[in-house]
Structures are given as structure tokens and as C-alpha cells.
Design a protein around this ligand. Structure first.
Ligand code: ATP
Length: 594
């Protein structure tokens, strides 16, 4: 019972060296106030103990923690603990995850693990364990993540037939022999820093010859020789010069022709950054039109509605409706507008981006005809010399970005639960699958401020196809870094977006959703979110990647591990190695069903 758990914790505390106080006050309730202690829902038992970096020193007092019989999660990583493997922990039958990484434990591991039938995570990274890796680990049939890296294990790796295992790291030990068949599905990095071979023909894992081969594969997908690169570069330069020369001549001829035939030009309506232009401005800009611009005039008046838009208004209604500025994005400003009949819409005003009207219209016609419950429908558009506007439904719950981080990054939001996060991702993935497969179209601008909840409360993606029209000029402020971090290395210019680069953006967005970190809020260290994640994961399995809000969710560990595996697949630097979106949907739906 809880009193027993409390006594076990006090016995532990009184028998371990801890220069820093753990703030466990014997007279206050342990479930509510003791740091690192988590209880079950009705506060009757302790279920998790998290004491990472708590300055615990020396040997673990036996018969203390092992008395907390309902313990599911135990993290004692990054302390100064030494001595043999705490054998009494094997009595904790409910244990799901145990993390003893970055301590000074030594000696061999026990051989029998039959009591840990629920274990999913075993992390012993960065200790001084030695002897061989016990074959008894094969009894941990529920294991998802095994990290034995950076110890002094020797001998051969046993044939651990664990089909459910998703992450394995035995690197940087003294292991010899060959990688067992059942574990060959893991990458070379799982085994590097040993004297192991993959098979008889390949060089030892982690040897310079093997590393060189792997780097070459990873960098290019295919190997291109230096003379070939030189040849391609020279031909490329020549072609670019040729194209530029032709373009200059065409522009010069066109300009001369125009000067001869058309003495007057249009005065464009002035852009007001805060509101849509007033009626006065609209009529003024019309008066300034001359007869030759009749075509312009009719265009200016024209709103193109798409099927199912169920909207009835003209441009004047739109421009004189009460508008609320929602934000400035990479293509211009977005407003919430309330129409005369109380319908609420979102109007995106394209600004400061050079796209020809022909290209714009062409793209609008493609995007406006896409109908899928996970793609925010484009309801209408306006394309004149003065204005390029797009009309969408207004989503009152706000974007994923607002729900995750609050408005303007303020901590004013209700924490987002696991189900909603997963539904956001599933919906988004399905929307992308529709674009990629049915329309052969990449999105090009996947980011959390472009994902909303549809009527079924699944994600849907907005702003389809815009980034393919123009490479948005990145503003020189902090949000610019966010923009860039969603972009795949090969598609910094969004016009070169492909389904593969969308998958990369999806991976970053997944990571943002799981970690609760926006891709720019790492103020301590200015590193990319994905680099940060890989650094944490390469060293050890820790819950650190995840938003604390998620970790609280019962029975979530295995799902989170599967999700992080998917992030890693999606953010592979080699586009061809990223999964197709259909596969992503399949994995996410499976996680939802579990
Ligand atoms: N249909 C909509 N309903 C509700 N809010 C919206 C809608 N469209 C955009 N917004 C919100 O308005 C704000 C500005 O959006 P906008 O799309 O202009 O910029 P962005 O998403 O930050 O960047 P980008 O232009 O690259 O998409 C964002 O907070 C966005 O979430």
C-alpha cells in the first residue's frame, strides 16, 4: 500500500548518499509533493520514480526500491551510482522501463530476466558493466528498446530473437564475432565501436573502410565521381548563362513594345498592413483605371468560387466586411472576416511575392478543386493586378501551433492531450496522402500553423500548393529559423518541394507535436530540433524527448517509442530512404488502434 511505498522510499533516502536534498518531506503527502514520485490515478500506490541527475552517490541500498511492487517506471540515470547490477530490481514484476544510464555500475549482468515480463525499455548506457551480454535477455519478449552501449561487454552477441525490438544499441563495447542474423535489421551504428562483422565479406562494423562506404551512400544515395561532378557543373553554368541571356532579350523586346503602345499604367491599390482596404480606396482605385484596362476592371470585380463553397458575396462585400488581422505569414497577411450573413471566413492576402497572374490562377484552379476531409478547402480566390486573395473556411479552434504553444508563444494554453495530438497527425498524414497520390502534388509548406482540426476533430492541412508557386522570402527574424527547419535539406527552395520533402516536414512537425517544443524555442542551444533529438537518442533512451504532458498518459511508452522511430525515418537526410506517406498513415493508424 501507499504507506509501505512511502516507507520504502524513506529507507532508500536514509541509506543513500545524496549531497543535494531530494525535498521529500516525511510529513507531506508523497503523491502530491515528493519530487520524482508519481502515483496511480487514485493515489494508492507509487508507480514511477524519476530521479535523473539527483546527485545520488555510492551503492544502492538493497531491499528499498524493490519493495515498491507496483513500480512501472524507474529512472536513476546520470547519477554517481556504483556497485553491481541491483539484482533485487528483478523482483519488480510490473516494471516497464528501467534507466540506469550514465552511472558507474560494474560487474556482469544477471542471467535470468523471466520476472520482467512487462519490460519495454532497458537502458544501461554509459556504465562499466562487463562480461558477456546474457542470452536470458531473449526472455524479455515485450522489449522495444535495449541500450547497452558504452560499457565493457565482451564476447559474442547472443542471438536475441526479439521481433518487437525497435531500438538496439550495443556500440562502444569490446564485443567480437559477427552480428547475429536476428539483429541484422538494425543499422551499423547500433554495433559500431566493437570488433564485429556483419557477415564474412563485409569489413568490420565501424572500421574506416565500412564507415567510408556508409557515408558515401548516406550522402548521395548514389556515388558520383569527381570528374563527372565537374562536367555537370560546367554544363550547368553554361546553360544558366544561355537562359539568362535569352530572358534579357525577351524582356527588352517586350518593354519596348509596351512603351510604344501604352502610355499610362495602373495605380495599384495601396496595401494597408492592418486592415483590408476601405470601400473608398476600392472605388478610387477603380476610377484610376482607363478604358484599356476594362479587362482588368472586370477581373478586379471577379471572385472565383469553387464547387461546394456555399458562399455568396462580391468583392466589395468582402473588402468592406469587418476584418480581424490574424497574422503575417510568409506569403502575406491573413484576416478573419465576418460577412453580411454572419458567415466567418479566413482571407489570405498574397503580398510582396512575385508570381504572375497566370501562374497564380493556374495553381488556384488546381488547388480549388481538391476536396478531401483532411485538406482545408480553398473556397474562392481573387486575382487581379491589385490583389491576390484566397478565401478559406475559418477554423475557430486555432492551428496546431496555437494549441501546442499558445498564441505568440505565450504559456496561456491548455495542455494538449495525446489523443488530440495523434489525431492531428493522422489527419495531416491522410491529407498529404491524398495530395501525393490522387493529385501528384507536394504541399511544400508543412508547419504547425497550417494544420487545423476538421469537423471530425482530425487534422487538416491548409495552404496547399502556395509554396510551389514561389520560394517565400524568409524574414530576418527568429521565426525565419522555424520556417527553414521544416524544410528538407534538398528543398530549401520550396518550389523544389517533392512528396519526399513533405515527409521530412511531416517528421519535424511530428517531433514538434511529441516534444511540445516549437522548432525554434531551444534558447539554450541554437540547434535544429532534429539534431537535438538525435543527440539525445544516440546517447541513451530517455523520456526527455517528450512533452511532460504526454509522459503522464498511462500505457504510452511503447507508442511514443514507435512514434520517435517514425520521426527518425521521416527525417532521414536521404530523400529516397524516407517512407511513403501511405506507410506513415498505416503506422499511425496502427498506433491509434493499439
Ligand atoms: N483558415 C484559418 N482559420 C483560422 N486561423 C487561420 C486560418 N488560416 C490561417 N490562420 C492563422 O492565421 C495566422 C497567419 O497565418 P498565415 O498562413 O498567414 O501565416 P503562417 O501560417 O504563420 O505562415 P505561412 O504563410 O508560411 O503559412 C496563423 O496563426 C494561422 O494559424
Amino acid at each position: 500500500d501507499l504507506a509501505g511505498d512511502r516507507q520504502a522510499l524513506l529507507d532508500f533516502l536514509n541509506n543513500i548518499t545524496h549531497p543535494r536534498s531530494l525535498a521529500w518531506n516525511a510529513s507531506s503527502p508523497i503523491c502530491a509533493t515528493w519530487s520524482g514520485v508519481t502515483c496511480n490515478r487514485d493515489n494508492t500506490r507509487v508507480t514511477a520514480l524519476h530521479l535523473p541527475g539527483a546527485s545520488l552517490l555510492g551503492t544502492l541500498p538493497p531491499g528499498t526500491i524493490s519493495r515498491i511492487s507496483e513500480l512501472e517506471i524507474l529512472s536513476l540515470r546520470s547519477n554517481g551510482l556504483r556497485g553491481p547490477f541491483p539484482i533485487d530490481f528483478l523482483q519488480l514484476k510490473k516494471l516497464k522501463a528501467i534507466t540506469l544510464s550514465n552511472n558507474k555500475f560494474s560487474g556482469p549482468l544477471p542471467s535470468d530476466y523471466t520476472t520482467w515480463m512487462n519490460l519495454t525499455v532497458l537502458d544501461l548506457f554509459g556504465n562499466r558493466f562487463n562480461g558477456s551480454i546474457p542470452s536470458g535477455l531473449a526472455n524479455l519478449t515485450g522489449l522495444l528498446s535495449l541500450n547497452l552501449a558504452k560499457n565493457s561487454f565482451s564476447g559474442e552477441i547472443p542471438d536475441l530473437n526479439l521481433p518487437g525490438l525497435r531500438r538496439l544499441n550495443v556500440s562502444n563495447n569490446n564485443l567480437t564475432g559477427s552480428v547475429p542474423k536476428s539483429l541484422k535489421r538494425f543499422g551499423h551504428s547500433s554495433f559500431s565501436g566493437n570488433n564485429l562483422t556483419y557477415d564474412d565479406t563485409s569489413p568490420p562494423v565501424g572500421s574506416p573502410a565500412q564507415k567510408e562506404k556508409e557515408q558515401e551512400e548516406d550522402k548521395h544515395g548514389i556515388y558520383i565521381s569527381e570528374p563527372a561532378i565537374l562536367g555537370i557543373a560546367i554544363t550547368g553554368c553554361f546553360l544558366i548563362f544561355f537562359v539568362i541571356a535569352v530572358l534579357i532579350i525577351i524582356c527588352y523586346v517586350k518593354r519596348k513594345k509596351r512603351q510604344e503602345t501604352k502610355p499610362e499604367t495602373l495605380t495599384p491599390a495601396k496595401a494597408n498592413p492592418e486592415t483590408l482596404p476601405s470601400e473608398k480606396e476600392v472605388s478610387k482605385s477603380r476610377k484610376e483605371m482607363n478604358i484599356e484596362d476594362m479587362e482588368e476592371k472586370s477581373e478586379f470585380n471577379r471572385i472565383v468560387f469553387f464547387e461546394g463553397s456555399n458562399l455568396a458575396f462580391n468583392l466589395e462585400d468582402l473588402l468592406t466586411s469587418s476584418a480581424e488581422f490574424l497574422g503575417k505569414g510568409t506569403f502575406g497577411m491573413t484576416y478573419k472576416a465576418v460577412l453580411g450573413d454572419a458567415k466567418v471566413i479566413a482571407v489570405k492576402r498574397f503580398k510582396d511575392v512575385s508570381v504572375s497572374r497566370k501562374d497564380f490562377k493556374h495553381q488556384m484552379e488546381i488547388v480549388g478543386n481538391i476536396r478531401h476531409e483532411n485538406v482545408a478547402p480553398l473556397r474562392a480566390y481573387v486575382c487581379s493586378k491589385e490583389e491576390k486573395l484566397m478565401v478559406y473556411d475559418y477554423y475557430p479552434t486555432g492551428s496546431l501551433s496555437v494549441l501546442l504553444h499558445g498564441k505568440n508563444g505565450k504559456e496561456d494554453h491548455v495542455p494538449l492531450d495525446w489523443e488530440t495530438r495523434l489525431r492531428f497527425l493522422i489527419g495531416l498524414a491522410k491529407g498529404l496522402a491524398h495530395l501525393h497520390t490522387q493529385h501528384k502534388l507536394a504541399h511544400g509548406n508543412i508547419k504547425s500553423s497550417n494544420v487545423f482540426l476538421n469537423s471530425k476533430r482530425y487534422g487538416c492541412i491548409s495552404e496547399t500548393g502556395l509554396a510551389l508557386l514561389t520560394n517565400p522570402v524568409i524574414r530576418a527574424d527568429s521565426s525565419a529559423r522555424t520556417e527553414l527547419r521544416y524544410r528538407a535539406p534538398e528543398a530549401y527552395d520550396t518550389r523544389r518541394s517533392t512528396p519526399e520533402s513533405d515527409i521530412y516536414g511531416f517528421g519535424i512537425l511530428m517531433l514538434e507535436t511529441l516534444s511540445g517544443r516549437s522548432s525554434m524555442d531551444d534558447k539554450k542551444e541554437d540547434i535544429e530540433l532534429v539534431v537535438w533529438m538525435n543527440r539525445v537518442l544516440a546517447e541513451q533512451w530517455t523520456g526527455e524527448v517528450f512533452d511532460l504532458e504526454l509522459v503522464k498518459t498511462p500505457n504510452i511508452e511503447a507508442k511514443l517509442l514507435q512514434m520517435i522511430d517514425l520521426v527518425q525515418l521521416c527525417t532521414n537526410r536521404v530523400p529516397a530512404k524516407r517512407p511513403e506517406i501511405a506507410k506513415v498513415v498505416e503506422i499511425l493508424e496502427e498506433i491509434e488502434r493499439e
